[in-house]
Write a protein that binds this ligand. Structure first.
Ligand SMILES: Nc1ncnc2c1ncn2[C@@H]1O[C@H](COP(=O)(O)OP(=O)(O)OP(=O)(O)O)[C@@H](O)[C@H]1O
Ligand SMILES: [Mg+2]
Length: 246
């Protein structure tokens, strides 16, 4: 992974807004999103259902476009990118982990992890090797040729995490990654995310699980499309930005 520059935030969200039109009705999913994430941070976003958490995450991940405000990643504007540039941004910077795993059921674990690498034009032999290494790294070395239905929920989410890492993204975005898992398996997934952060990945994770606060540097609370307040999490590991500032 490239070593990030310390002086600039990896994610910078200023007065970000997102409206959806439902017929003639305007839904303000995000009213005033403000967030700064530094390289190497592990940040959780919490808040009641419908407060705009997924909307925020989807815009940061380039899956959707804001209606207003500013979004910069690694010092570059993302809000104004055209479709091709946005797809390129997404591929290079963002790895996604969703609540419902979103694995392709007909593909094996390895093929699922290889999938994003196809779009990054990584040669087949290298894809296979990297996918197997990523699956081993999330503890699935003996499940590489299993299909999603032959895996437990926790194992499926670990495949999804390996897939999120496929193109070596700078940022891992999680939308309730433990939401469909039982309590013990949820903790296993949090530990894996903790391990990724320990290796320098920046993580921004939406969650309803208060236990995640113990694993992250900061918890940002949202309400009604805005940031309400933030508080420190239980994680004291220095971030890349702290180390470079020292
Ligand atoms: N595509 C859409 N069209 C219309 N309204 C939408 C759309 N996506 C989200 N919304 C609305 O925007 C608001 C914020 O939605 P969002 O999915 O960001 O909430 P959330 O905080 O992720 O909630 P949850 O915790 O339930 O996942 C909600 O009122 C939702 O109904
Ligand atoms: Mg959501």
């Amino acid at each position: 992974m490239d070593r990030p520059a310390a002086a600039i935030p990896i994610i910078q969200v200023e007065h970000l807004a997102k409206d959806f039109m439902l017929g003639s009705q305007r839904v303000q999913a995000l009213v005033d999103g403000n967030l700064v994430v530094w390289p190497g941070e592990f940040v959780a976003v919490m808040g009641p259902s419908g407060c705009g958490k997924s909307t925020l995450l989807n815009m940061i991940g380039g899956l959707d476009r804001p209606s207003g405000g500013r979004l910069r990643v690694d010092g570059r504007d993302v809000d104004g990118l055209d479709e091709n540039a946005l797809a390129d941004y997404r591929r290079r910077y963002c790895g996604f982990v969703f609540q419902s795993f979103n694995l392709v059921p007909t593909m094996t674990a390895r093929q699922n992890v290889e999938f994003p690498m196809v779009f990054a034009h990584i040669p087949p032999a290298q894809r296979r090797e990297r996918a197997a290494a990523l699956l081993r790294a999330v503890g699935l070395g003996d499940r590489i040729e299993h299909r999603p239905l032959e895996l437990s929920g926790g194992e499926q989410q670990r495949v999804a995490i390996a897939r999120a890492l496929a193109n070596r993204p700078r940022i891992i975005l999680g939308d309730e990654p433990t939401g469909n898992l039982d309590s013990k398996t949820g903790v296993e997934v949090m530990r894996i995310m903790d391990g990724l952060n320990g290796r320098g990945h920046t993580l921004l994770v939406v969650t309803h699980d208060p236990r995640l606060a113990e694993y992250c540097h900061r918890v940002v609370h949202m309400e009604d499309g805005r940031m309400l307040r933030e508080e420190p999490g239980g994680l004291t590991r220095p971030t890349v930005a702290w180390m470079q500032a020292a």
